[in-house]
Design a protein around this ligand. Sequence first.
Ligand code: ZN
Ligand code: ZN
Ligand code: FE
Length: 757
Amino acid sequence: MIKRVRYLFSGVVQGVGFRPFIYRMATRHSLSGFVQNRPDGVVVEVEGPADAIHSFMSSVNGDPPPLADVSGISSGEVEIKNDKAFRIIESEAGGPGNVHITPDIATCGDCLKELFDTADRRFHYPFINCTNCGPRLTIIKDIPYDRINTSMSCFPMCPLCQEEYENPADRRFHAEPNACPACGPSLKLLDEKGNPLSDRDPLKRAIELLLSGYVIAIKGLGGFHLAVDAANDEAIKRLRSRKFREEKPLAIMVRDVETASRISMIGKEEELILLSPQRPIVLARKRGGAIISPAVAPGVSDFGIMLPYTPLHHMLLEKHFHALVMTSANQVDEPICIENREAVKRLEGIADFFLVHNRDILMRCDDSIATVSSGERRIIRRSRGFAPIPVTLTKSYPPILALGPQMKTTLCILKGNLAFLSPHIGDMETPEARDFYQESLTLMQKIAECKPEIVACDLHPAYYTTIFAEGLPASRVIRVQHHHAHIVSSMAENGIEGEVIGIAMDGTGYGTDGTVWGGEFLVASESTFTRVGHIATYILPGGEKAIREPWRIAVSLLRQAYGDDWPDVAKSLDIVPEKSFYETIDRIMKQRFNSPLTSSLGRLFDGVAAILGLRRKVTFEGQAAMELEAMARYGSGRVMQFTIEEAGDIIHLDFSPMIRAITKRLQAGKDSGELAFSFHLTLQVAFCKMARTIRDKTGLNQVVLSGGCFQNRILTEGTIAELEKAGFEVFFHKAIPTNDGCISLGQAVCAGAQAMR
Ligand code: ZN
Ligand code: ZN
Ligand code: FE
């Protein structure tokens, strides 16, 4: 019996090789009809014997293209049209939901086979790709996504490549970056001044140089990496001193999963993420062992590991190294380098050589970062491999442009029920970063095909993004409080609405009262919130300075716990670096000179780390907290005291009793690992007790977590477990970072909800 069935596939189905895949499946089953991209998904009509259609659908469901993520299929029988063949027909343009640009994807298995097949015409060709893999976002300059609008436009295809490109049955059908050694980009090795070296085989030479301990800047998908042999202490130290990056952990690229498992605890979840087509850096607990230099990630509990994701990476790691340090090539605070000449200039004095190529990177895109906590994948930096796939929301909003915070910034364009988040942009502290911000905005507007007139930004008047918002020709600017944005972003990705208890724990954010917030308990909905509680405020002596010098925060916490007796305790624990500082810091605090009050949990972590003698100064944000987590990793402990006090209609969570307990036990010679763990435990229990207090008052039972502090897995897993034990329904980030990378999404949804009222 002949029939004709019409299917609509929705989800991530465009730009992922879905149409050629459907074509191959339909022709394999001798069906006629067509496939077409539509604004709402991919439409397929197949005509033929009922059982052929049935087996067509089972092969479609059984083995979809790796990048496709089908979220819905609707179907219905339609009238027979007696088509002669199966065709791919022109796209239908316009409308929301039409997603043209996909992320950059790791080299697929089919391409890898060819890469290492001596008989293949692309043997050892470092730019091999197909419809299922290769560069996308990073090579586009405009939409639609056609070769002419990419940095491949200057490489006319040779006849063989052209044939593949035009053949619907070929796995390179409409693979826009398709290339081969005869027609495509090629590698080159440059010296430190940018002069080309005459090596026949630049890759082989680069490997020799890495083996000799040189620092090589390597052009990747979304930018340059600085690479050194991860087993070579001296080379790593050299890289660190040149990059002014004394201690911050460096990401490593390892040859394969087996190697990853030798150096870190790789469970099933971690393995899946490592091998996923997005290939993010995975933070996984270190194991002991000698194949990685301890200088890679001193003091912290994790290695940041990724697997090779370009053909060049696979060739680099094929034989000679277990692992290479592969850290983003930039100067402190600046965005990642993408251009050959730019790299030579900006990396002067850092890189000894440059392994470059002539396929331009048009959009910067850092490596993404993921980890596993409470058994689930959590994205910590959403960039290469993920951006610009939009986040699908459960309802639609008016168009909004959200500009993000000051640090770890992303942009977000909200259009209908889709939230287009930019790749990670970073900290808005340098002119280079601000240029990158502007570039990202222009590109995201093209990708989303939307220039919203309503703009959302942070409350902080001095943030670059806030000032930027004011300069835009907007019909309306909506300011969203930082921690409210945190909670709303977590709600949005979890698809929940209405009032919830929000627990936002982070470094700092501007409060509605002008003080520095960072340990917040909110009753929040998408559009509004009430601050119902917070960590009892303490002084940040010296403001910004206290962030770099946690001993100052330790002193402030001791003063809060012991009053005027604080110097005795500080002396006994050797917290203040110099004798002469006692008087100065006391005066600073008494006069409150340049010393704001804060409720920040991030800074509390810093202060406790300093009390425990971990460090008086930090070289990067979050360092003390990461080390405190590492220290707690092997401890056991017990809950210490804290107080919950209602002051009018706001609840104060005061950790002074805990500070006293920590110092007393330290003075009694207790192990600091145990105290670090007890600290984590106390926070978990205190957060849960706060949530119960709020539940008693409001009847709310849904708790939403967000904020950079929840990157700490001990804290997060413990808090979630504690809350669930108390009967709460708990929601936490998965696909969107819990750190400030989520702020633009929260701003967008909050402003969208306000605009609808
Ligand atoms: Zn491929
Ligand atoms: Zn070719
Ligand atoms: Fe934050």
